[in-house]
Design a protein around this ligand. Structure first.
Ligand SMILES: C[S@@+](CC[C@H](N)C(=O)[O-])C[C@H]1O[C@@H](n2cnc3c(N)ncnc32)[C@H](O)[C@@H]1O
Length: 401
């Protein structure tokens, strides 16, 4: 893939809409809503529940505004990435105690590694947790494997697991992997016969892995938790990315981490209810306690979204030490009175979510370009089923055989 052309085209599409994706709708309301073109909002308001669900999946029913249709079409094309097909089935014994998600991930990672790592003898896993990947790679490929993690308790669990399953060539190293020189662990990342692996490396840990692995023969990185990144420290990281930057904010980084699997009817209805209560609560606190500015409602227990708004709102207000001087009936009447506005808030969210995958792909194209600039041959593939594991993009870099 031509990563430069893809990044240039994607940033070209995204830049004009940065006022939509770079700010929080709720925190900036009602000003944030003004960034949404009137014809986009009029179209979204015309949708019934089925149409809203389609919009949530990126499908525009009826007669959408041309600018929205053109943008979504372009983003869909530019975020399409090749799939890694195939998995290496694990035995029942190998998957004992593993979640369906972890099993799915490991089966696909093993299948991806097999044809690409014939020259590899040793590997290191950064943020290796309990060492499941290490144990399976050691068994499957016969590699010597170092699994590094800063969490000693997880590694102890992994050691016990390994003892039960039988030795192999896995060593656990308890260390916090940081940028800069670390003579104790840095040599593990260097050598033509060494693979450097990071499976769901949180935030900037992915970048630390890439930088430490400049001398490795093979690199596999799957990132996650992009909301833990800081721009400009962690984006852009490539020279080409720096020449085509986007104004990433903490809110934009948070948007990239939003789960985007297709929701069932029930999941979509639940999301709408959670949003409706949150948004009405926000409008209530603005009206009653304007001096408090934006008030964070926080995550409420699931059951509170099933009952009346008044019960939810009272619970949240009590937690914040606020007394609105309203009866439950008045709180419920308030919620009904702001429904047109809370629906607009929902529609803006559905529209803004359309940028999430594109922004995630920008971050990964920038990383792919960094690896190319370091002299690697690079692939960017979809590896996991996003319904099971939504952070499913794999960066694969190799120096060639
Ligand atoms: C999301 S988990 C992924 C664990 C494992 N790779 C997996 O896929 O199940 C991230 C892991 O990275 C570890 N971690 C995070 N930052 C680290 C750092 N700077 N150095 C070493 N380990 C780190 C955490 O303790 C955690 O076990």
């Amino acid at each position: 893939m031509n990563f430069q052309a893809r990044l240039e085209a994607l940033t070209h599409q995204l830049r004009p809409w940065s006022s939509l994706w770079s700010q929080s709708i709720l925190q900036g309301w009602p000003g944030s809503g003004a960034a949404y073109p009137e014809d986009w909002l009029a179209y979204a308001r015309s949708l019934d529940e089925a149409g809203e669900r389609q919009l949530d999946q990126g499908v525009l029913v009826g007669v959408p505004p041309p600018s929205l249709e053109a943008l979504l079409g372009a983003l869909q094309e530019l975020t399409a990435l090749p799939w890694h097909e195939g998995h290496q089935a694990l035995t029942v014994a190998q998957t004992q105690g593993l979640s369906a998600k972890k099993t799915h991930e490991l089966e696909r990672v093993l299948a991806l590694l097999a044809p690409r790592t014939r020259f590899i003898q040793q590997a290191v896993d950064i943020g290796g947790g309990m060492g499941h990947l290490a144990r399976l790679c050691a068994r499957t490929f016969g590699w010597t494997f170092h699994s590094i993690d800063r969490d000693a308790a997880l590694q102890d669990k992994g050691r016990r697991w390994l003892a039960r399953q039988g030795g192999d060539t896995v060593s656990f190293i308890q260390a916090s992997v940081e940028d800069g020189l670390q003579p104790g662990i840095d040599p593990l990342f260097s050598g033509q016969d060494r693979a450097s692996i990071g499976l769901h490396t949180c935030g900037p840990l992915a970048l630390t892995q890439l930088r430490k692995s400049q001398g490795a023969g093979f690199v596999l990185n799957i990132g996650c938790c992009y909301d833990k990144l800081e721009a400009p420290r962690d984006y852009p990281v490539s020279r080409f990315g720096a020449a085509h930057p986007l104004p990433f904010t903490p809110h934009a980084l948070a948007l990239t981490t939003r789960g985007r699997h297709h929701k069932t009817e029930e999941e979509f209805a639940r999301m709408k209810r959670v949003y409706a209560w949150r948004f009405a609560f926000d409008l209530l606190t603005r009206q009653r306690f304007p001096e408090r500015g934006f008030v964070r409602a926080g995550d409420a227990p699931r059951s509170l979204y099933d009952g009346p708004f008044a019960v939810y709102a009272r619970d949240r207000l009590e937690r914040l030490g606020l007394e609105p001087g309203m009866t439950d009936a008045e709180l419920d009447v308030f919620e009904v009175s702001v429904r047109a506005e809370t629906r607009d808030l929902l529609l803006c969210h559905l529209l803004r979510d359309r940028f999430a995958r594109a922004l995630e792909v920008v971050l990964l194209l920038d990383r792919a370009l960094l690896l190319e600039e370091l002299g690697f041959q690079v692939e960017l593939l979809q590896l996991f089923d996003p319904r099971l594991s939504p952070r499913n993009l794999a960066l694969i870099a190799s120096r060639g055989a």
